[in-house]
Design a protein around this ligand. Structure first.
Ligand SMILES: Nc1ncnc2c1ncn2[C@@H]1O[C@H](COP(=O)(O)OP(=O)(O)OP(=O)(O)O)[C@@H](O)[C@H]1O
Ligand SMILES: [Mg+2]
Length: 502
């Protein structure tokens, strides 16, 4: 007897190890059903779960030759032996189903087997019944011994825990993926700078329209981010947004990249290829660095803008697609026009809605918002727990000229957070090149580097105050003398609560 008990414990322990070895729902279901069959020495087994309404039972997993037919089958939750077990919350052995009124024969009709005996136990998790585990014999006349019912019930409860863990893990991973995705594409779409506010406002207005948009701005100001935003706020959001960086393509391949080519159109064109315009059908195409487009392709793009048609390279068929164009450039297209490198007619076609993104140094008010956003982003990406940035460290960042704009700021925050695990970002974390660029007007970099964070803050305040006084509180002159923009000066006046005397 003792031996038998030991044997049982060993079998349950083994089954338990198996069903908790995975967090994948499908795998866990499979392991439950396999372990149940082994534990009860049965011919077949299934896991039957209550659906969310609690009104139906569904066969979630099942072994046997007719597994495919049986799997996914639904039946009312008050039917059959499973239904009885669910309603009572008690296990049940029926060794002669033919003579039992509770038996629900529909499933046998589908599987083509004749069930002889069934053993069924409820899966209970936190006092809630989530389904049943069922084992059955159809060939063998041998039934299931009543003595094993306790063991099987214990197993079904462990199975409920294992399945619940897998389901929770699944839903957590799904929401994690969604959040991660949002974090990846999302940016700061608000600004404290009036110029940038107008850009976002116009962007929201024009996004749902069909108009061609031309985005201009220095490198790293966020033209691509804005193109993403335009597409996502349009009715085309469920269709593709195809991005083509003209400058990144070898000149002789731009045309076939954009418009596709027929087989043999040129050396290397072994098969017909679909161009980006066709791929973007009913969606949006983002033509980055449009200023790099060669004159012959400018003509082709112009025709597309006028007629929405084109021909593949080496082809005659006229192809029409419905594509919205967003173009971007960080070069001065007007200069290119003056130099004869860019067609005026194309320029006007693209210039329907121009959106100019100001450089970061002209909207330093936004640096705190952006820094905050990047801290959150890299906390997630680098698994850090950085809580924010100290005022003096932020002062160093707002004082920098940011020639690389938002991209540079993002890189700097990432660099800082590679080194820092938590707490507040301090002046000492800020890379030397940014501290050196601090508008010290006459002050050398060295004392700044050796100055502790708090006094840096004071140095800035004093410097601004003194320079203002010296210039009789004329802010334009003060800004010029300090080598910062008027906006940057106003920001510092506000931050340090400096009193302006007239
Ligand atoms: N509003 C924003 N919020 C958050 N991050 C931003 C924002 N704008 C830009 N960025 C980030 O700054 C970086 C540069 O942005 P983006 O690539 O859009 O600039 P760009 O103007 O296209 O630059 P380039 O002319 O060099 O191609 C990206 O990593 C982007 O995620
Ligand atoms: Mg870009």
């Amino acid at each position: 007897m003792l031996l038998a008990k030991e044997e049982e414990i060993r079998a349950v322990t083994e089954a338990c190890g198996k069903i908790t070895s995975s967090l994948n729902v499908e795998e866990v279901l499979l392991f439950i059903q396999e372990s149940a069959r082994k534990l009860m020495d049965a011919e077949s087994s299934s896991v039957i779960l209550l659906d969310s309404s609690g009104e139906n039972l569904q066969i979630a997993s099942s072994t046997g030759a007719k597994e495919k037919q049986v799997r996914g089958l639904r039946f009312p939750a008050n039917k059959g032996i499973a239904g009885w077990v669910i309603s009572r919350g008690e296990p049940l052995v029926v060794n002669d189903v033919a003579g039992d009124k509770r038996f629900y024969p529909q499933i046998d009709q589908i599987s083509g087997f004749r069930t002889r005996s069934i053993c069924c136990a409820p899966m209970i998790f936190r006092e809630k019944i989530i389904g049943v585990v069922e084992v059955l014999n159809y060939r063998r006349s041998a039934g299931f011994p009543e003595q094993k019912l306790g063991l099987f019930t214990a197993f079904a409860n462990l199975a409920a825990v294992a399945l619940n863990n897998a389901l929770s893990f699944d839903s957590l991973s799904a929401s994690y993926r969604v959040l991660h995705e949002q974090l990846r594409v999302d940016g700061i779409y608000q600004s404290r700078n009036s110029g940038m506010q107008k850009v976002y406002e116009l962007c929201r207005k024009v996004a749902p329209l069909e108009s061609t948009v031309l985005l201009t701005g220095e490198s790293g100001t966020g033209k691509e981010v804005l193109a993403d935003m335009l597409h996502r706020l349009s009715d085309r959001k469920d269709k593709p947004l195809i991005k083509v960086n003209i400058a990144a393509l070898p000149g002789n391949l731009v045309e076939s990249e954009l418009f596709g080519h027929e087989k043999g159109a040129f050396t290397g064109a072994i098969a017909r290829s679909t161009g980006k315009f066709e791929l973007a059908d009913r969606g949006t195409i983002f033509l980055d660095e449009i200023g790099e487009l060669k004159p012959d392709i400018q003509v082709k793009l112009l025709r597309f803008l006028q007629e929405h048609t084109f021909e593949r390279v080496g082809g005659r068929e006229v192809i029409g697609v419905d594509v919205r164009i967003i173009a971007a450039t960080n070069s001065d297209l007007e200069k290119a026009i003056a130099a004869g490198a860019f067609r005026t007619d194309l320029y006007y076609r693209l210039h329907v809605v121009p959106l100019h993104i100001p450089p970061l140094r002209e909207r330093t008010e936004d640096i705190p918002l952006l820094v905050d956003f990047f801290i959150r982003k890299f906390n997630s990406e680098l698994k850090r727990k950085v809580e924010g940035i100290s005022e003096p460290a932020l002062a160093l960042l707002t004082g920098h000229a940011w020639p690389g704009n938002i991209r540079e700021l993002e890189n700097i925050i990432e660099r800082i957070m590679v080194m820092r695990e938590g707490g507040l970002i301090q002046p000492a974390d800020i890379p030397g090149e940014i501290r050196k660029g601090f508008p010290g007007s006459g002050l050398s970099a060295a004392p700044f580097e050796s100055t502790a964070g708090a006094s840096m803050w004071e140095v800035e305040k004093e410097l601004v105050e003194k320079t203002l006084q010296k210039n009789a509180f004329n802010q334009s002159r003060t800004a010029r003398e300090l080598g910062i923009t008027l906006n940057q000066l106003r920001y510092r006046i506000k931050r340090h609560a400096i009193e302006i005397r007239k």
